[in-house]
Design a protein around this ligand. Structure first.
Ligand SMILES: [Zn+2]
Length: 82
């Protein structure tokens, strides 16, 4: 779990990230409506209901800890880190 809350990073909500759900759709940052915690939800929701925790490295990038080269460049769906 992480402590990143939408109250601290409201601009991240709805942001598309370079991560993909198991069905090959792009994930976007979403906020838990109960506690405000951020997580990754499929951009195809509600058609696809995959979710995931935001990996620490991605979190650092999203919160501005490091620049993210190529972040805005579209990637092939289904790309996976080996
Ligand atoms: Zn999906």
């Amino acid at each position: 779990m992480n402590d990143v809350n939408s109250a601290n990073y409201p601009k991240l909500i709805g942001k598309k990230v370079a991560r993909f759900c198991p069905n090959g759709h792009r994930f976007v940052v979403r906020a838990n409506r109960e506690d405000g915690s951020l997580f990754l939800g499929c951009s195809k929701y509600p058609e696809c209901r995959e979710t995931a925790e935001i990996p620490t490295d991605l979190l650092l990038q999203l919160t501005g800890a490091t620049p993210l080269p190529g972040f805005a460049v579209s990637e092939e769906p289904g790309e996976d880190d080996q």
